[in-house]
Design a protein around this ligand. Structure first.
Ligand SMILES: [Zn+2]
Length: 71
């Protein structure tokens, strides 16, 4: 089962975050969750966790070799 994307910083799902609703529309994805899965670099497909832009900045913009993913 595919996990529902959840920002672990603000505890919001993709469709509650305006930036991903707008991204889905501008990039032609069917919904905000798909936009996160395809476009969001911090998305962890194992558990659905990611950080939205505001939370990523608040977390100090973590990096890792090969790309940082939310735990
Ligand atoms: Zn967030």
């Amino acid at each position: 089962m595919t996990p529902q994307p959840l920002c672990i910083g603000c505890d919001k799902t993709a469709d509650q975050l305006r930036e991903y609703v707008d991204l889905a529309r501008s990039e032609g994805h069917p919904d905000a969750a798909t936009a996160v899965r395809v476009e969001e670099g911090t998305y962890n497909p194992a558990n659905g966790h990611f950080l939205c832009t505001g939370c990523y900045i608040a977390a100090g913009q973590p990096t890792a070799p090969g790309g940082w993913r939310a735990p």
